[in-house]
Design a protein around this ligand. Structure first.
Ligand code: NOJ
Length: 736
């Protein structure tokens, strides 16, 4: 009897799996589930290693829990073999045979590590970023994974926040482009292909607005600020079809995200009409207790499910209390059913019901993890993420036949730090240090003298003398300084954004030798270094450029690649200026030098060290004045803006032409500039290209005084240029 029941059950599931829509299929499974099994689908545990603080797990071991249908997903399970073991229990030994979904933080690669996301945003090249995500997906899927907790799209205006490295910087437009590109890259066109994985946009929402840049801290934003600047990249992911979202740790205006009906129900479900499922962050439902909105885990579970946080990562709140809450009538079963349906739909979309082992092929894993091809793509991506910040007297590129080269700095010789934070299964033996990259690049005739000089951290200057001597005896020096990879990422906030330790002091001493000194920065956040900026002739920002960092950086240092990255975030002169961002408001008293009663620091400059969108090339570009197709449009009309960019230097190069607007008078105040479009073009020496951008009504909309998202009539300025400061402008107006 029992056997016949199971047979029928399996046949029913398979039949539905073949014919019906995802919703119908999910409902057909839902109809067979008991309460405990439903709750099980909403539970997720890390198995293998932890990516968060200690939590209380289930009383069963993970296999037992899987067998009884008490878990819907695992993360941090590494490798096809381990994943297969658990999936087998789920689909062969549990009553309903519902497949598990396995996730991991593939933030910039699984084993083949790409540049950190902030670096990738510096490429201002969404199709390249999509390509990066695509390759990450292929590798991760080959390792048995079906889900990455990425893209992280939190807008961040505070470089003290260590997680700024995981996102795309300070701008909603650039951030949205990167967000959508990554979703497209991970999920591909058809989620059911076994090379595609589910993306998870995070951390919903506004996690980057943490007070003081302290991780996990309070966020308090006006709804207008929140909707205009922080929300767009999450919306872009939803519009690109993202399959899941992760609730953030922070509160916004007194309500922690994991209990926020405003975020989950009002915005996500009602306004955006999304049926993507929401997973909590690590124990973020449990953290409703210390936040002070739940008196115990049971109430936390109630708040979480009521807000439609579908899956409980690691808190055991749903595991311990959800069934009981339903039985007591405190939680409507419909909420649970809706959540389960969303999770099942994702599993159906991934094709896991039809073929639960399709990601689990050990041969494919061997072939695709760290394949030659993916390693090559990591380099291709890395090249476009490097940002040339200074190049006086064309110190760069260096000549390959240079006789004696000094390479200085602990980071120069590190094949570990190049990986950056959140590097999944990345291994240092796969990383190419800057020193190694230089050695790979130049011939035997160059004598390279590597001297550490000092460590990244600490006050020890005993190595200075040797470093100075090495530079004095060389024809040029490359000095690699910055942060260790562990200094950015989760729980890695810094109160200072100076270059750590005595590295900057060492660099200044080396510059004083009078030899050509190139500063190579490695870091995961904007740093402030006004003194170095003033004294150095050449500075190259390399972020954490991934496993091929050394080879990519050497290509730029020796002129085999002309740098074209642009900053996706403002670099402050001092931490005291934070928050400092390009799309700020004008205020009632904008700074007016000479007028004391205006908005400025009496002891410091107002301007940043480097503005948003900044980055140099080995060539130069000249912009023509912008020409508008019309100078007056109606609210629902578009206009075109055209201009030319000419390569006025002697080498080929790529330029990111940027379009900004300013709404001069509104029912509410508007930023002094807002990025609205950009185009990356490549130009041969002397070549000129015409660029045309279209300003659509969508680009002019904002939340007006009544919180309606509209275009307001009035005058606008439009700017085009090479960064957010060096621009040429024109004007147009919008009429009713
Ligand atoms: C906590 C982090 O905030 C989140 O980004 C990550 O995805 C989870 N832990 C899982 O590792």
């Amino acid at each position: 009897m029992k056997k016949i029941f199971f047979l029928l059950l399996t046949v029913t599931i398979i039949q539905f799996a073949q014919k019906k829509t995802f919703e119908q299929r999910a409902d057909s499974v839902l109809a067979l589930m008991n309460l405990e099994e439903k709750v099980g689908q909403l539970i997720q545990y890390s198995d293998g290693y932890a990516t968060g603080g200690s939590t209380v797990g289930p009383k069963e071991n993970m296999e037992e829990l899987t067998r009884k249908g008490g878990v819907g997903s695992f993360f941090n399970v590494i490798g096809v073999k381990a994943i297969k073991k658990l999936q087998k229990v789920a689909v062969e030994e549990s009553r309903l045979k519902i497949p598990l979904i396995f996730g991991l933080d593939v933030i910039h690669g699984y084993r083949a590590i790409f540049p950190v996301p902030l670096a990738e945003a510096s490429s201002w090249n969404p199709s390249l970023v999509e390509k990066s995500a695509r390759w990450q997906a292929i590798e991760a899927a080959s390792a048995g994974l079906q889900w990455t907790f990425n893209p992280m799209v939190d807008i961040a205006r505070d470089p003290r926040w260590g997680r700024i490295m995981e996102g795309s910087g300070e701008d909603p437009y650039l951030g949205s482009q990167m967000s959508a590109a990554r979703v497209r890259g991970y999920q591909g066109k058809d989620l059911s292909a076994n090379t595609n994985i589910l993306a998870c946009v995070k951390h919903y929402a506004a996690y980057g607005g943490a007070e003081g840049g302290r991780d996990y801290n309070t966020v308090d934003l006006s709804e207008r600020n929140f909707r205009d600047y922080y929300l767009p990249p999450y919306k872009a992911a939803v519009d690109a079809g993202v399959g899941s979202l992760m609730a953030s740790f922070n509160e916004i205006g007194g309500v922690p995200s994991s209990a926020s009906k405003f975020l989950m129900t009002q915005i996500l479900r009602n306004e955006w009409k999304s049926d993507a499922f929401v997973v909590s962050d690590w124990n973020s439902i449990g953290e409703l207790i210390p936040h002070g909105v739940a008196k115990n885990l049971k109430q936390a579970a109630e708040l979480g499910i009521n807000a439609t946080v579908d899956m409980d990562m690691q808190a055991s709140a749903y595991y311990m209390h959800l069934a009981e809450l339903v039985k007591e009538g405190k939680v409507n079963i419909k909420l649970v059913d809706d959540a389960v349906r969303r999770v099942l739909i994702a599993k159906f979309k991934l094709g896991l019901f039809d073929s639960p082992y399709k990601y689990l092929d050990e041969e494919r894993e061997k072939k695709n993890v760290m394949s030659k091809d993916i390693v090559n793509v990591t380099k291709e991506v890395a090249l476009e993420t490097l940002v040339l910040l200074k190049n006086e007297k064309n110190v760069l590129p260096l000549k390959k036949d240079i006789k004696k080269l000094a390479v200085i700095g602990e980071l120069a010789n590190s094949n570990d730090d190049v990986l950056g934070g959140w590097a999944a299964q990345g291994r240092k033996e796969d990383g190419v240090s800057i020193l190694e990259g230089i050695k790979n690049k130049i011939g035997m005739n160059t004598k390279i003298n590597f001297v550490e000089g000092c460590k990244v951290l600490g006050e020890d200057k005993s190595g200075f003398e040797k470093a100075v001597e090495a530079v004095e005896n060389a024809d040029a020096a490359i000095v690699v300084i910055g942060e260790n990879r562990s200094m950015t990422g989760e729980a890695s906030s810094r109160a200072s954004i100076d270059i750590p330790g005595v590295q900057e002091e060492l660099a200044i001493q080396l510059i004083k030798t009078g030899k050509p000194v190139v500063i190579v920065l490695m870091n995961g956040r904007p740093l402030s270094f006004p003194n170095l900026q003033k004294n150095a002739s050449a500075i190259l920002e390399t972020w954490f450029a991934g496993i091929q960092a050394g080879n990519a950086v050497a290509d730029v240092l020796f002129g085999d690649f002309n740098p074209n990255g642009k900053l996706p975030v403002t670099f402050p002169r001092s931490v005291g200026q934070v928050p400092i961002y390009y799309n700020h408001k004008n205020t009632g008293r904008p700074h007016n030098p000479g007028d004391h009663y205006t908005s400025y620091y009496m002891d410091f400059d107002n301007t940043p060290l480097y503005p948003f969108g900044y980055g140099l090339s080995y060539t130069t570009f000249e912009y023509s004045a912008p020409v508008l197709s019309k100078t007056q449009i109606k609210k629902d009309e578009s206009l075109k803006i055209s201009f030319s960019v000419k390569n006025t230097g002697s080498v080929e190069g790529s330029e990111v032409a940027q379009l900004y607007i300013r709404d001069l008078v509104g029912s509410v105040t508007r930023p002094v500039k807002e990025l609205k479009d950009f185009a990356k073009i490549s130009l041969k020496p002397g070549e000129l290209k015409n660029i045309e951008f279209t300003i659509t009504p969508e680009k002019l909309k904002f939340y007006d005084i009544n919180m309606n998202y509209i275009v307001e009539p009035g005058d606008f300025k439009v700017f085009v240029g090479t960064n957010s400061v060096d621009v040429k402008e024109a004007r147009f107006s919008v009429v009713e």
